[in-house]
Design a protein around this ligand. Sequence first.
Ligand SMILES: Cc1ncc(COP(=O)(O)O)c(C=O)c1O
Length: 399
Amino acid sequence: MPGFEMFGEEEKQSVMDVVNTGVLFRYGFDAARKETWKAKTFEKEFAKYISSKYCLLVSSGTAALSTALAACGVGCGDEVIVPPFTFVATIEGVISAGAIPVFAEIDDTLCIDPDKLENYITEKTKGILPVHMCGSMARIDRIRQIADKHNIMLMEDACQATGAHLNGKYAGTWGIVGCFSFDSVKTITCGEGGCVVTDDENIYKRADAFHDHGHDHMGNDRGKEGHEFLGVNYRISELNAAVGLAQLAKLNRIIETQRRNHAQIASVINEFPEIRLRTVPDPSGDSCTFINFLMPDENTARKTASALAGAGADGSFYWYDNNWHYIRNWHHIKNMRTAMPAPQMHLDNMRDYTGLNLPQSDDIVSRTISMQIKLSWTQTEIEKRCDTIYNVLKGIFKS
Ligand SMILES: Cc1ncc(COP(=O)(O)O)c(C=O)c1O
């Protein structure tokens, strides 16, 4: 899964290019930087890679979400449809925009269920924010049709799905904006970083200004820029961008390795007809950061997850009990607790999530086990892991 497993001389050299100029800031200092523009170059190359017109590198995936929402004009009282299975940052982004998260059921893609989506649309719905979880994509073609039908913005959280695609179109490019994370455990890493992509020039300009104090970046004189609105500082540093640029050059290799390793483990799991791999709308576009499978029931899933851990299969996740990725244990969100007084007033006006009922998502997540796919496994290590998984599953189903 993580690009840090392929951290090497290329990243070190790229960082040294920046260190040698002494210019760690992404803007200005044209003469001193001697043509070294890591953030700018990353943006150009990533946009090209995923066939998007614009890319803006920012300081994290969370910053990318806040920037994208601000650029799209999502704000106070707007409803944004989100999945209950995601990293909590998706929800933080919506709440800190002043908007209201509306939780929609997921399906066995582990992403928002398009068949249920229209149930959540109201006259206040401003956007749909699906999350492409665990390396593979939502049924985004159908979600896009629904968004278009209702004239609602589609904004994608592709933080976990860099390089995934559906019918040849990349995650992050199906909606008006796409958000990515390049934090330390993502497919490619900047150490910390993220980006916003869009084909819309106006959204790009708003995002670009918002992430840098509202500066409009017109002209070449940094002290004299205009401001259409207030912004924040979500800038990336050249050092982080330098790491990301070296990692981007490895992205195809990373995904190919993940797919190869995933296929070997999938062949073991497929020997057990009781288990179903998560539905992947376009298997050729799965970035394969994880292998995800659904057990027949919660009890068997729990038994299997603990047997896998006991057998030393590290990197296995049982999300239903985890308090980062599934709503069941997001008590701070359900109880609307935040450290900031102004958002607390906003949260006090929010829906009551304590009694939220998402039976389909509960059923799916309570039966799901995910395993990280590592890049650094040797063939011997994968074979050993396959044996371990086979023996655990045999103990569960064939004893
Ligand atoms: C789905 C999702 N959205 C957003 C984020 C936030 O990214 P970052 O850690 O770069 O802020 C993450 C990070 O794990 C994520 O998995």
